[in-house]
Every structure is written in C-alpha cells, then in structure tokens.
Design a protein around this ligand. Sequence first.
Ligand SMILES: O=C(CO)[C@H](O)[C@H](O)COP(=O)(O)O
Length: 236
Amino acid sequence: MSLPKQNDPAEAAKRAAAQWAASQIEDGMKVGLGSGSTSALVIAEVGRRVAEGMKITAIATSLRSQEQAESLKIPMSNFGDTPRLDVTIDGADEVQEGTLHLIKGHGGALLREKIVAMASDKLLIAVDPSKLVKTLGSVFQLPVEIVPFGWETTYKRLSDLGFAPEMRMKEDGTPYITDGQHYIFHCALPSERTTEGNAEALKHTVGVVEHGLFLGMANRVVIGSPDGIQVLEANR
Ligand SMILES: O=C(CO)[C@H](O)[C@H](O)COP(=O)(O)O
C-alpha cells in the first residue's frame, strides 16, 4: 500500500483521522489493523509508537496490512492465541450519517475485515469527509464476496433479487481474487428493500460468502480534515 502524498488536502484529511485513531490505542491493548490507504497510515503510526516502546498485539485484516505491520515490527497474533481484540481501527468506503452504518470492501478485504471487527469490543472507523453519505450505495456499489465454484448461478440469483451484480476485474481482464480466494461482485442496493432487508437477502443467497454492509458495527467514526478531526459516536 503506497502511503498518501503529504500536501494533498484529501490525504491530509486521511492522515488527521489516522493519527487520531492510532492515538486511541493504549499500552497492552489487542488491536485489529484495517485495510486500505487510511488504515496504512494508522499502521504506520502504530509502528512508530511500537518502535517508541508501546506494547500491543495485533491481528491484520489483509495480507497487505499484515506485511506492512510485520515490516514495522508490530507484534502479530492470531485468533487461536488472541480470541478477542480490544479495538479494531479500519477505513470505510461509505459512512451513513446518523446510523454510522458502513459500506466496506472496495479494497477487497471485507471478509477478513468483518471477521476481525466481529471479534473486537470496539470498531473505530477513520475516514476523510468524502466518505459521509445520506444513503448507502449512493457513491460506491456494494462489494459482495462470492465462492468461485458455480459463480454463474450465484450471479443469476443475485440478478433475480435486483442486485445487478458486476464481477470485479483486474486490469489484465481476469477476475479479482480476494485473500480468501473468492471473487467480488459489485452490487446495487435495491430501494424496494430496507438496508437490513438487502443484507438479509444477500446472507441467504447460496454462494455468497459475505457482503460489505457493516450495520450497527461501528462504535465511533473519526472524520479527518486538514484543520482537525470530528468524532461521531454511535448510540449503542
Ligand atoms: O474496506 C476497505 C478495504 O476492503 C477499506 O477500508 C476501504 O476501501 C477504505 O479505503 P481507503 O482508506 O483507501 O479509502
């Protein structure tokens, strides 16, 4: 993951959010490390604090984040040795104002991100202001992770349910493969169902491994800007 440029306002916003999020980690904590460019900034800051003597144990949400954390000598664990985490810090593609429901997964890591978030006492999301939306799906399509075997039949079922799936492709024209060796479909969110209804319909579709709707999971969202940060707290 290349780290953002220093003098770009959007990147300054990510950096401010990432710095504050990383500052919430305390000595002795067990920490989930997210994926994407904002999380890469968080991991860099966590690495700096570990080099200064902070003692933590971490689990990463992607192979890329794992590699970055290892390169910074952040002590890494697994769910056999560390079944619960105090906090996970991650990015998001969309954050719904008010509910703090999320769309995640445009970095291709939604499955591990959800597994790590579910094993965490708190989920802290770090974003720049462009990620705030009134309606989920208004900027980004929803990533949905799919078993490659029989994907054509899963595609048909999701089409029939109104999700208008599109296979995520790599630049070389072959399907994108996740860390878990699955495909990703980018899906629309049909407005005839509620967000919760769409999440349920996806979960009950055979061949779907997981979807990128993170509903009721974020405890706090920190929004960075070049001038500072704003923290939104969930009512739960
Ligand atoms: O969900 C994710 C990866 O699967 C990322 O957190 C999300 O895509 C945000 O990335 P970025 O911080 O680069 O905007």
